[in-house]
Design a protein around this ligand. Structure first.
Ligand SMILES: [Zn+2]
Length: 331
C-alpha cells in the first residue's frame, strides 16, 4: 500500500490480539448459536476491527493487526475452519478435568480462506500502514489438539504446515508483506527434538515465501533451545522480553544472534502502564548489549494484548510508540 513509510529504525508493531470489542463479542455469540454463517460473522466483526485499528492509529503503531477479533481461541479458530478436525468434543485431560480441545479425526487440509477477510478489512482502513498476517503455527496446533487419526506427530505437523502455507499463499497473492506464525507452545516444551521438529515444519510453511517471515514465541525457558532455533527459515523472531526482565539478552549475545528481533517491551500481564522512560531504557539496554543494529529492532509488546482492558492496552501502545520515536533520535 502506498503512502506510509515504516521507519527504518525501531519500527513499532503489535503481536496480534487486542481486547475484544463489544461488536466482536456479539458476533462471536451469534456464530456460536448458529444464527449467522461465516460470511455474515466476519461482516459483523468489522465494527470491532475498525475500533481496534482506530486505537492503533491513535497510538501511532507502524505495522498493525486486525486485533484477532473473530478468534475466541487461537487453536480452535483454525481447527473449526480446517478439514480433518471435529470441534465440540470434550476431552478428558485428567481425573474429572475436561476441556474443549480440537480433535483431529481425519486428514488435515486447507479448505477455504480463514483469516483473509478480517485482514483485508483492517488493511482497507489502515491509512496505508502494513497489516500483519498472523496465524497460529503448526507446532502449537499440534500440541494443543488431540489426535485420533494420525498416531504420528510428524505426519500431523507436516499436514498442518501445508495447510498454513496454503493460507499464506492466499494472503501473499493479495499483497501481504508481513507474515507471522505464533508458536507459544514451543516454550512449554523447550527440548532440542521439539525445536527441530518445528524447524522442519517451518521449512514447509515458509519455503520460497516472498514476504517478511516472522515467528512469535513467548514465555517459558526459551534460552534452553535458543541454539536450535536460530537457523529457522525466518527473518525475524518476535520475543517476549519485558515479563522475564530481558533475561534472554545475554544468551542472544552469546549465540551471535543476527536476525531481526521483535523486541517485547510491554508486559501484557500487568495493568501497570509502562512509562515512556521505562520503555526507552529497555531499548537502550538492547542497544548497549551490542547484538544487532537499530534497523533490525521492531519494538512491540511481549505478546497479544487481549487480556488487558482497552484503555490500558492503548496507553501502553502510545507510550511504546513515543519511546521508539525518542530512541530513533538517539541511536
Ligand atoms: Zn505470545
Amino acid at each position: 500500500m502506498a503512502g506510509y513509510q515504516v521507519p527504518r529504525k525501531f519500527p513499532t508493531t503489535v503481536v496480534g490480539s487486542y481486547p475484544k470489542m463489544p461488536p466482536a463479542e456479539e458476533a462471536l455469540k451469534k456464530r456460536r448459536q448458529g444464527i449467522v454463517g461465516e460470511e455474515e460473522f466476519h461482516r459483523l466483526a468489522r465494527d470491532a476491527i475498525r475500533m481496534v485499528v482506530e486505537d492503533y492509529l491513535w497510538a501511532g503503531v507502524d505495522i498493525i493487526s486486525d486485533g484477532e477479533q473473530t478468534r475466541e481461541d487461537m487453536v480452535v479458530y483454525f481447527a473449526e475452519r480446517l478439514e480433518g478436525y471435529s470441534i465440540g468434543d470434550w476431552v478428558r485431560v485428567f481425573d474429572n478435568v475436561y476441556f474443549r480441545k480440537p480433535v483431529v479425526t481425519g486428514k488435515v487440509e486447507w479448505r477455504q480462506p480463514m483469516i483473509i477477510d478480517d485482514w483485508e478489512y483492517a488493511r482497507s482502513i489502515s491509512q496505508g500502514r502494513p497489516v500483519k498476517v498472523i496465524l497460529t503455527g503448526p507446532y502449537t496446533m499440534l500440541e494443543w489438539s488431540f489426535d485420533l487419526h494420525y498416531g504420528d506427530r510428524r505426519e500431523l505437523i507436516f499436514d498442518l504446515a501445508r495447510a498454513i502455507r496454503r493460507e499464506i499463499e492466499e494472503a501473499i497473492a493479495r499483497g501481504a508483506e508481513y507474515i507471522q506464525v505464533d508458536e507459544p507452545a514451543l516454550s512449554t516444551r523447550p527440548f532440542r527434538e521439539e525445536a527441530e521438529l518445528l524447524k522442519e515444519a517451518l521449512e514447509i510453511v515458509f519455503k520460497g515465501v516472498q514476504a517478511k517471515r516472522i515467528v512469535h514465541i513467548c514465555f517459558g525457558r526459551l534460552e534452553r533451545i535458543l541454539p536450535y532455533i536460530l537457523d529457522y527459515p525466518v527473518d525475524q523472531f518476535d520475543l517476549e522480553m519485558k515479563n522475564s526482565n530481558f533475561r534472554l539478552l545475554p544468551y542472544l549475545k552469546e549465540y551471535g544472534y543476527d536476525k531481526e528481533l521483535g523486541f517485547g517491551v510491554v508486559d501484557v500481564h500487568s495493568f501497570q502502564v509502562e512509562t515512556v522512560d521505562e520503555i526507552r531504557e529497555a531499548i537502550d539496554r538492547l542497544m548497549k548489549a551490542d547484538i544487532i543494529g537499530p534497523e533490525k529492532v521492531y519494538v512491540d509488546p511481549d505478546c497479544g494484548l487481549k487480556r488487558l482492558p482497552r484503555e490500558i492496552a492503548r496507553e501502553k501502545l502510545r507510550n511504546m510508540v513515543e519511546a521508539a520515536r525518542i530512541a530513533r533520535e538517539e541511536w
